[in-house]
Ligand binder design. Structure first.
Ligand SMILES: Nc1ncnc2c1ncn2[C@@H]1O[C@H](COP(=O)(O)OP(=O)(O)OP(=O)(O)O)[C@@H](O)[C@H]1O
Length: 233
């Protein structure tokens, strides 16, 4: 059994009278420790897919498994625990608490989970050891995204899910963030999933899941992914 399994997963939103199929019969696997890129155009269903995998949204039908557990059968309480303990989420716009320092933002996440990593350790791992006392407003966009990644990693999650993590950053900063995510995966063995519309990012992934119009169009497994350092787009 794969670490993550999506089997015939659909998500139908009801817009008044009209059903909108954001995701239709999606099936794919992800192995433990992989760096996965989910790529597709706007509206393809990437965020919906990620939100279901992260327990922020529920599937209308189909099965979602993580590490042998049937996430798609969880009730509300189990989903809360799952989001808390098993999932680290990184968003496009960082979503830091503005009146807390970098360290306090990380500690906030540590406080709600079972087996957190020390805040200073994860801040050092993302290259921000000397910025722990700064507030988000005193940090650049790239540094704020590093804090957000540290905050997600501090939870020691089974899965790190990143929705357009470089979307608000310039080219060089975006590349540095991708490198950090790839290094995190390679060095800690953590499973990392990045959603993007940028098909250049596929070169650095172990596994690429192409989505189009709510469906999986293709899955590629890449035996020799490029290093994010040499990626160009
Ligand atoms: N809560 C919702 N209610 C109704 N329709 C929704 C909802 N969320 C998403 N959709 C629709 O489902 C489809 C897929 O949306 P989704 O946000 O998952 O795509 P995406 O690939 O992430 O796009 P983008 O890259 O623009 O964020 C779109 O047609 C969208 O309008």
């Amino acid at each position: 059994m794969a670490f993550v399994e999506f089997r015939d997963v659909s998500k139908i939103y009801q817009m008044g009278e009209v059903p909108v199929a954001a995701v239709r019969d999606m099936s794919f696997d992800i192995e433990r420790g992989e760096f996965v890129v989910i790529v597709g155009p706007s509206g393809a269903g990437k965020t919906t897919l990620l939100n279901m995998l992260g327990g922020m949204d529920t599937a209308t039908s189909g099965t979602i498994m993580l590490d042998g557990d049937r996430v798609s059968a969880y009730n509300k309480k189990q989903l809360t625990r799952y989001r808390r303990y098993d999932i680290g989420f990184v968003f496009q716009f960082y979503n830091l608490v503005q009146n807390l320092t970098a360290r306090e933002n990380v500690e906030l996440a540590s406080q709600i989970c079972r087996d957190p990593l020390p805040a200073d350790e994860v801040l050092a791992a993302v290259g921000l050891a000397d910025r722990a006392r700064n507030f988000p407003g005193q940090l650049s966009g790239g540094e704020q995204q590093r804090v957000a990644i540290a905050r997600a990693l501090a939870k020691n999650p089974k899965l790190l899910l990143c929705d357009e993590p470089t979307g608000a950053l310039d080219y060089e900063t975006g590349k540095a963030i991708l490198k950090l995510l790839q290094d995190t995966c390679r060095q800690t063995g953590r499973t990392v999933v990045v959603v993007t519309h940028n098909s250049a990012f596929t070169a650095i992934a172990n596994r690429v899941i192409h989505v189009r119009e709510g469906s999986v169009a293709a899955v590629e497994v890449n035996p020799a992914p490029q290093s994010a350092e040499v990626l160009e787009w």
